[in-house]
Write a protein that binds this ligand. Structure first.
Ligand code: FES
Length: 170
């Protein structure tokens, strides 16, 4: 029987949950994507140590597991903030200027296309495909709350309001 070979405290803490997921999928290599989906649901993202452990248990090269995890934009490789801001960049939202909203949020929070979570771990800003509310374009979602007809200024105001509520300023 393969055991987890990564001996960091983080992996040890998460090992039972990870092993349950792997067992549920019978440790099958062809179940890698659903395994990664469940691990992300469990931990909120795909921690590097968990990816290494998955590779060890499935007897796959770590580079392969990392490759799959980075290929799909659905997977997050870093911890997400308390508030996950999803900006729609589907066609309807894109033509109604979703990118300036993204740029305004990134500038306000010190983020970039590679750095999606603010230093204070309060905000993660991501783009997503059509959210199914094109009539409200451009659309932004903060956690589960949907905001339509968004503008760069309003988006920054919303983030500032939340930051104030949390006792800080971005
Ligand atoms: S394209 Fe943004 S909600 Fe459809």
């Amino acid at each position: 029987m393969t055991t987890l070979s990564c001996e960091t405290p983080e992996t040890q803490d998460h090992a039972p949950a990870l092993m349950k997921i792997l067992e549920r999928h019978e440790r099958r290599r062809d179940r890698l994507i659903p395994i990664l989906q469940e691990v992300q649901e469990e931990f909120g993202y795909l921690p590097e140590e968990q990816l290494k452990a998955i590779a060890a248990v499935l007897d796959l090269p770590a580079a392969h597991v990392f490759g799959v995890a980075t290929f799909y934009t659905h997977f997050a490789l870093e911890a997400r903030g308390k508030y996950v801001v999803k900006l729609c960049d589907g066609t309807a939202c894109h033509v109604k200027a979703s990118i300036p909203i993204l740029e305004a949020l990134q500038k306000r929070l010190g983020l970039s296309d590679r750095k999606k979570t603010s230093a204070d771990a309060l905000f993660t800003v991501e783009t997503v495909a059509c959210l199914g509310a094109c009539g409200l374009a451009p659309v932004m979602v903060i956690n589960e709350e949907v905001f339509g007809q968004m503008t760069p200024q309003r988006a920054v105001e919303l983030v500032d309001e939340l930051a104030r509520k949390e006792g800080g300023a971005p």
